[in-house]
Design a protein around this ligand. Structure first.
Ligand SMILES: NC(=O)c1ccc[n+]([C@@H]2O[C@H](COP(=O)([O-])OP(=O)(O)OC[C@H]3O[C@@H](n4cnc5c(N)ncnc54)[C@H](OP(=O)(O)O)[C@@H]3O)[C@@H](O)[C@H]2O)c1
Length: 319
């Protein structure tokens, strides 16, 4: 497998590290050697010196010896160009970019299908929680009914701090100091990141990617300390939940993202801090719950590397 990686930041550098540290085991499982043909980053760092390096992502796109491109730079416009050119040149794509896929997924999934290549994106939802593969490859015999998730660690951290008595502003400053919140946390606190993720879960469950602009999204910024205190007196907590439900009769899928009260009898009540959880309800399996760290370099990189396995061993998810 000949791989090119674009974006060697928090996740990308951990991908290189995992492949280097676990190479023998991974290659045995894949049944193939993994060659990192070239890596690309905006700035050069000392740790890249053992790799063939470029500042120009186009060099990776145009390299005919590369069959799989891993995009880990984030953002929207250049990743869209990268994704399209990757698929058009019949290379497989692995990405952690939920924004890209939630907005341009329909076009990209079609393009992958047309060009006979694969897109995998395990790291885009739930960070290190392996949720997409079980949903697509293990739970599929079910008639899936509902998915709900705490899908954003920053928002969950802020809500947890608020339920411990902090104000929203203090909790956000604290999250930023600890590196949990981006410099611009809008996507996290406004529920947009959660919407990207529930949208992708819904796509894998029912094969339809909703038009992103049609999704109703409510974040956590309007919750007051008084709301949180009142909830606590009723043994409840607010959680920013993304939900996807299918109507059994009409098969209409509804997505919603909003702060939701959960009681002590709900396992989500104990999902605190930066942790994420996803619950999938199926006709045969009932409710299954997946819980773990929703972000972080090494945990997310683990998901990216698992996609290398799927490129070789799984059928395309866009059937
Ligand atoms: N971090 C997480 O926990 C996490 C979890 C789930 C999903 N993700 C997703 O994974 C992706 C990567 O996230 P990250 O946290 O690793 O981001 P990051 O730390 O900001 O890394 C991005 C890297 O891409 C490089 N880059 C940016 N623009 C570039 C360009 N035009 N050409 C070449 N390189 C460029 C940056 O270079 P510089 O060295 O110049 O900055 C940086 O090293 C994003 O889509 C994110 O949403 C991340």
């Amino acid at each position: 497998m000949n791989v090119g990686i674009i974006g060697i930041g928090t996740v990308g550098k951990e991908v290189l590290s995992i492949i280097s540290c676990q190479r023998v085991k991974i290659e045995k499982l894949l049944g193939e050697e993994i060659k990192i043909i070239k890596i690309c980053n905006r700035t050069f760092r000392e740790e890249f010196k053992n790799y063939s390096f470029t500042f120009d992502y186009k060099e990776i796109l145009e390299d005919d010896s590369i069959d799989t491109i891993i995009e880990l730079m984030g953002g929207k416009d250049i990743p869209l160009e990268i994704a399209k050119k990757t698929l058009l040149s019949k290379k497989n794509l692995i990405t952690a970019n939920k924004e890209l896929l939630a907005i341009h997924g329909n076009e990209l999934f079609q393009l992958a299908k047309k060009n006979g290549v694969k897109i995998f994106f395990e790291a885009a939802v739930g960070g290190g929680i392996p949720i997409l593969s079980p949903l697509k490859e293990s739970l599929f015999p079910n008639k899936l009914k509902k998915i709900r998730g705490i899908l954003n660690g920053t928002a969950n951290y802020i809500l947890t701090q608020m339920s411990n008595g902090s104000s929203y502003e203090r909790a956000l400053i604290d999250a930023t100091k600890k590196g949990y919140a981006e410099t611009d946390p809008t996507f996290d606190v406004d529920g947009i990141d959660t919407a990207h993720k529930i949208s992708l879960l819904s796509y894998l469950a029912w094969g339809e990617l909703k038009e992103f602009t049609e999704i109703k999204i409510n974040g956590i910024t309007k919750l007051s300390t008084e709301d949180i205190r009142k909830a606590a007196t009723n043994n409840q907590k607010y959680k920013l939940l993304g939900e996807a439900v299918i109507d059994e009769k009409t098969e209409k899928i509804t997505l919603s993202i909003k702060p939701t009260l959960v009681g002590k009898d709900d396992l989500f009540y104990e999902v605190n801090g930066i942790y994420n959880a996803v619950e999938i309800e199926g006709s045969y399996t009932g409710k299954t719950i997946f819980y773990g760290e929703g972000a972080g370099g090494s945990t997310t990189a683990n998901a990216v590397v698992s996609d290398l396995y799927k490129i070789i061993n799984s059928r395309s998810w866009q059937i």
